[in-house]
Design a protein around this ligand. Structure first.
Ligand SMILES: *Cc1c(COP(=O)(O)O)cnc(C)c1O
Length: 432
C-alpha cells in the first residue's frame, strides 16, 4: 500500500514515510492510495477467527511494503493484549473499548503507531524524532504510554490546562523519561493550532524531526477499524443476524472514520451514527451542507470538545465527496450536557450500568436512531472507563466509582508540566 495526500493524489508515499511525517508536506492528511477489499471468505470466517488472526488479515494490506508479516504479528500481539467485550445494556450493546492500559480506546491506535514509528526511526540516519501531540484528554495518556521508553523518540504533549480530568492529567504528567507535558493556557483547539503551526515552521523543522501522534497519523487512525470487526464477530457469535448500527462518540472523528473504512472494505454494517456533544460542527454540516469550523465549547465529555474535526475530510473522501451517499450511511446528532447526565442516570437506574459521559452521548444517539430504524444489533461505543471522568460520574449517579488497579498508583505520583502560554513558548522549548 502506498498513500497519497488528500490534496494531491498524483504523488504516492510509503507507509513508513507517512508514519514518520504524520501530515503531508502540503499540510493535508494522508489517505490510502486505494481502498483494499476483503475477500468474502474472510468476512464469512470472522466469527471463527481469533482477534489476532482478524487483525493480521485486516491490517496486512496497509503495511505490507514496510513491515513483514512477522513484524506485524509482533506489534499486533503487543497492542491487542486486552479484551473488547460487548455488554448487553437494555436492548443495546455497549462495546467496551476501555480495558487497555490507559482506560480509553486510544490505546490500540497509539500503541500501534508507537511501535511502528520506533521501528522506522531505528533505520533512519540520525535515529531521533520528536512526537508532538495535542490532546483533549485521552490521546496524551495513550501516546505517552505507547511511547514510554521507546528509544530515539521524545514525546511532547500539549494539553489544555484545567480542561482534562485528574486521572488524565496524571497519565500525561507523571511518566517522566522521554515524555514531556506542556500545560497550555487555552483550549484543545489552541493546542492543536500550535501543533499544526510547528509542523510547518521551517526554523523548527530544520533542527528537529517532528512527527505527529494525533489521529491524523494513519498508524493511529487505521487500526481503530479492528473494534468494528471484533464487535461484528461477537454479535455473530451471539446469534445476532441483523447488521450492526454503530453509535460512536466523536471528537476528531478518527474512530468513526476507521469504522467507515472497515465498512468500505467489506464489513457488513447498517449505519454509523456520529454522536457529538455541544461541539456540533458536523451536525451543522449534515443539516446545511456547509462545513464551518466552530470555536470549541467545554463540556463534560471533554475528549469530544473539538470544533474543527480533522478526520471529517477522510470521511467525505470515503463517500467520494457525495453528500447523498454519506447521508445513506451516516447520521450526526448532538446532545447537551444536561441530556447526557439524564442518559447516564437512565442507563444506571434501568440497566445498572455505569456509562461515562462519552458512552452516554453515544447511547443517546443510538436510542434516537433506533426509535426510527429498529434493529437487534444496536451498538454504542464505550470509549472510556467511567473512572476517567470520576467527578461527573460520581456526582451524576451519586455513587462511588473505584479506580481500576492499573491506574491507582498514578494518583500518588507527582505532576511535572511546563506552563505554556503561546506558540513562541512551544517554539523555544522545541529549539532548546
Ligand atoms: C478521543 C475520544 C473520543 C473521540 O474520538 P475521535 O476519534 O477523536 O472522534 C471519544 N471518547 C473518548 C473517551 C476519547 O478519548
Amino acid at each position: 500500500m502506498k498513500y497519497v495526500s488528500l490534496a494531491n493524489n498524483q504523488q504516492t508515499t510509503s507507509f513508513k514515510e507517512v508514519v514518520i511525517q504524520g501530515l503531508a508536506p502540503d499540510k493535508s492528511l494522508y489517505y490510502p492510495a486505494y481502498i483494499p477489499q476483503w475477500k468474502s471468505s474472510f468476512i464469512e470466517q470472522i466469527p471463527k477467527l481469533s482477534d489476532l488472526e482478524i487483525a493480521l488479515e485486516a491490517m496486512g494490506p496497509f503495511v505490507d511494503e514496510d513491515l513483514s508479516l512477522s513484524e506485524l504479528e509482533l506489534i499486533l500481539t503487543d497492542v491487542l493484549c486486552f479484551d473488547f467485550p460487548l455488554q448487553k445494556v437494555g436492548d443495546f450493546y455497549s462495546l467496551e473499548l476501555f480495558h487497555g492500559p490507559t482506560l480509553a480506546f486510544k490505546d490500540v491506535g497509539a500503541g500501534f503507531m508507537a511501535r511502528c514509528l520506533g521501528r522506522f526511526i531505528q533505520n533512519e540516519q540520525n535515529k531521533k524524532a520528536t512526537v508532538l501531540v495535542a490532546t483533549s484528554g485521552d490521546t496524551g495518556g495513550a501516546v505517552a504510554n505507547g511511547f514510554l521508553g521507546v528509544e530515539g523518540i521524545d514525546v511532547v504533549i500539549l494539553y489544555p490546562s484545567g480542561k482534562v480530568s485528574p486521572i488524565q492529567e496524571k497519565q500525561l504528567t507523571t511518566l517522566g523519561q522521554n515524555i514531556t507535558a506542556l500545560e497550555v493556557q487555552g483550549t484543545f483547539d489552541d493546542c492543536q493550532d500550535m501543533v499544526k503551526k510547528a509542523f510547518v515552521d521551517t526554523d523548527i523543522n530544520s533542527k528537529v524531526k517532528l512527527t505527529s501522534a494525533n489521529s491524523i497519523n494513519v498508524a493511529r487512525w487505521i487500526p481503530q477499524m479492528l473494534y468494528y470487526i471484533f464487535a461484528y464477530k461477537t454479535l455473530k457469535n451471539n446469534g445476532i443476524q441483523d447488521l450492526p448500527v454503530f453509535a460512536v462518540p466523536s471528537g476528531n472523528f478518527g474512530n468513526i472514520c476507521a469504522g467507515i473504512l472497515a465498512h468500505k472494505m467489506g464489513l457488513p454494517v447498517s449505519h454509523f451514527i456520529a454522536c457529538n456533544n455541544a461541539n456540533d460542527t458536523v451536525v451543522d454540516f449534515m443539516n446545511t451542507g456547509v462545513y464551518r469550523p466552530k470555536d470549541t465549547v467545554a463540556t463534560i465529555s471533554n475528549a469530544m470538545d473539538v470544533g474543527n474535526p480533522s478526520n471529517f475530510v477522510r470521511i467525505l473522501e470515503l463517500f467520494n465527496k457525495q453528500k447523498k451517499e454519506l447521508e445513506l450511511n451516516f447520521t450526526a446528532l448532538s446532545y447537551s450536557d444536561a441530556e447526557t447526565k439524564v442518559a447516564m442516570r437512565e442507563i444506571y437506574d434501568e440497566f445498572n450500568y455505569v456509562a461515562d459521559p462519552h458512552g452516554a452521548v453515544a447511547y443517546l444517539g443510538l436510542q434516537a436512531y433506533i426509535a426510527k430504524n429498529p434493529t437487534s444489533a444496536g451498538v454504542f461505543l464505550e470509549t472510556a472507563h467511567p473512572s476517567k471522568f470520576i467527578d461527573v460520574v460520581e456526582s451524576t449517579l451519586d455513587i462511588k466509582v473505584s479506580l481500576p488497579e492499573n491506574v491507582r498508583y498514578l494518583m500518588n505520583r507527582k505532576k511535572h508540566s511546563i506552563l505554556t502560554s503561546n506558540y513562541e513558548d512551544l517554539k523555544s522549548f522545541l529549539l532548546q
